[in-house]
Design a protein around this ligand. Sequence first.
Ligand code: MTE
Ligand code: MO
Length: 438
Amino acid sequence: DSRYKSYTLSEVAKHDNKNVGIWVTYKQGVYDITDFIEKHPGGAGKIIMAAGGSIEPFWMIFSNHNKRDIYDLLESMRIGNISKEEASTAVEGMEDPYANDPQRDLFYVRNHLPVPDVDPQTYELEIAIEEDTKKVLRLDDIKKYPKHTVSSTIMCAGNRRSEMAKVKAVKGLSWSVGAVGNATWSGAKLCDILNDLNVKEEDYEHIQFEGLDLDPSSTPYGSSIPISKAIDPKGDVILAYEMNGKPLPRDHGFPIRVVVPGVVGARNVKWLGRIIISKHESQSQWQQGDYKGFSPSTDWDTVDFSKSPAIQELPVISAICTPQSGDQVVVQNGKIKVAGYAWSGGGQKIVRVDVTIDGGDTWHTAEFFGQDLSKPGRHWSWTLWQVEIPVKEGDKNVEIWAKAVDSMYNVQPESFKNIWNLRGVLNNAYHRVKIDLK
Ligand code: MTE
Ligand code: MO
């Protein structure tokens, strides 16, 4: 394109610091990202790794960048093209780092980085107190602890983000209602392992977890939970080696993942490589610079991630799974069937799900499938529900709304407008589904 100035790769390479400006390349394009560095949602430290070179290897890893609005943003910073002679060599020789990822199953998968291939024979879990390694457990050592089974839902903080994004754009994967799954998990209790090390709750604040999946700077995925949750036998935190009675699938953390019931997905660290007992929270991007809530008036120019606490327990949420938006639903005996899930963080029980098809004039109480026999404060699994609702004769379409109530009588907020946040997390407003009637 002749509108653009042409640059050699060595000219680009010199622009790797703020004094001369920071440039990157993407495909044929050359971009001046100097002013954007500090605004980068993933942190200035990450984007700077691409300074003076191609951003492509990083975007192949952080595949959340492969989106229209991000390409547009990058394009707005374009200053030119790579010289014709070099343009073809610039994109060669790049392998897809996700090529070795496993086949996917039904339980949702959220991996920030490529799935590591861990050999169970040589697997080691390091346990450290601050910087000092205290113990190394092999898979067999972990299996020697009493086996504990918990049913627990794991939900991403971004579940239902696509609905919040309709209020105003947010950054993140555009999840519908499916960034959640429920399974039985078996493994060793984390409290047993902490007790073996004689760790006392009063002496520390946080338990940090590191995965064996590494970003391009060799930093592992990581996050942390308060020690009070980790050390409480009733917290049911386990180092799981089984999911639904079988060895963990690779996608879900083989050979060991920590399951933190009642707590946001991001803290349920997979391919667990290290546990650190500490006075401090994990310093990882996913604990410090992501997975936090903000006021609807906070934008990317004003956001200060240090001002909000990391999400731990998630608020009460529900979703309608059938019917889905846009479905043509057959009315049977003057009624339609509506079904879905509800769940609340922190072990709260779902005590009621209300559904309406007339904008809230009439609410119908749903029935629950199965019985939740877990003890108070330990309701870690989702509640599946169903309800039949009479429709008015002649109605051609309706909008179904659902809201759940938990055992603290917390209820979902009515609309997304007033809970909107720039990262699109905690998307728990009433679920609304528009359908046509037949
Ligand atoms: N653990 C590691 N090591 N790496 C990751 O990228 N993603 C987290 C969490 N644990 C992640 C991780 C996030 S954000 C979520 S929502 C859950 O895993 C998803 O778990 P699942 O893929 O088993 O459904
Ligand atoms: Mo997540």
